[in-house]
Write a protein that binds this ligand. Structure first.
Ligand SMILES: NC(=O)c1ccc[n+]([C@@H]2O[C@H](COP(=O)([O-])OP(=O)(O)OC[C@H]3O[C@@H](n4cnc5c(N)ncnc54)[C@H](OP(=O)(O)O)[C@@H]3O)[C@@H](O)[C@H]2O)c1
Length: 231
């Protein structure tokens, strides 16, 4: 289902499964971008509270939210997401499922590692296997939720680049349009078999932040190196 706003740009109906920090942050960004958002949770009061907080169009249970729109965000813990996708597989069929989950567990020294509960491939592949008729995209999991509360997120003069992985052309199109509508730049990173890289990158980044360092200081552009020459 698609709509057009007053400027003629394409808007979408987006269902959000989960009522926590990512549901509120991404849902709020999508409401600001003019999309119609429904918040769904296993707790009706939490779904209603998050919907009201972000100005969502609707709220409801998980199943009705999974049927709400062409894009459905899975904003639940990574270890729960495949089972939830399995339970809602019929509702999710034919829709783009946006998987922002980060499969992570702490270690004794405080630095997180990938959680391999459920398998060693990736949460995204497990979700795709659980809902085989959905179009899964791994996306929106690399940044902290606070980033999505920034309107038109631009940092150091450049719009935020949002990496995503998918095998499905419909999910590719929906994901690009959503990212662009938020004032960000889509960064296609290949098929879903590469989602593991995004999940590992997120866990790595969280470990760096927890150590008190800045991820952006780890990856300076080679062009900034003194003496850099063009080939
Ligand atoms: N927070 C971040 O900065 C961030 C950034 C990138 C990616 N992520 C990923 O985004 C996902 C959501 O994170 P979050 O920070 O929004 O977590 P959160 O604030 O703890 O919210 C989690 C939501 O998932 C629901 N939930 C938990 N288990 C469920 C289940 N089995 N079935 C249905 N709903 C369930 C919770 O419902 P109840 O309230 O009923 O428990 C809650 O609404 C996670 O996978 C996380 O790794 C988070």
């Amino acid at each position: 289902m698609t709509f057009h706003d007053a400027n003629g740009s394409r808007t979408m109906r987006i269902g959000i499964l989960g009522t926590g920090a990512m549901a509120a942050a991404l849902g709020g960004a999508w409401v600001r971008a003019g999309h119609e958002v429904m918040v769904g949770g296993r707790n009706a009061a939490s779904a209603a509270a998050t919907a009201v907080r972000i100005g969502a169009a609707a709220h409801g249970c998980l199943a009705e939210t999974a049927r709400y729109g062409e894009a459905i965000l899975l904003a639940v813990p990574a270890d729960s997401a495949p089972q939830l996708a399995r339970e809602l597989a019929a509702d999710l069929a034919g829709r783009t499922v946006l998987d922002c989950t980060v499969p992570m567990q702490p270690t004794s020294d405080g630095g997180p590692v990938l959680s391999t509960a459920g398998g060693t491939d990736s949460a995204a592949l497990r979700i795709a296997s659980a809902a085989p008729h959905a179009h899964v995209a791994k996306v929106f999991g690399v940044c902290h939720e606070s980033i999505w509360t920034v309107p038109q997120p631009t940092f150091e003069g450049a719009p935020l680049a949002v990496p995503f992985c998918t095998d499905a052309p419909p999910a590719d199109a929906v994901t690009r349009k959503l990212i662009t509508s938020m004032g960000c730049t889509p960064l296609p990173c290949g098929g879903l078999e590469r989602a593991a890289l995004l999940e590992a990158a997120a866990v790595f980044a969280i470990g760096v932040w927890w150590s008190g360092s800045e991820v952006r200081h780890v990856f300076p552009a080679p062009a900034l190196a003194p003496g850099a020459v063009d080939d």
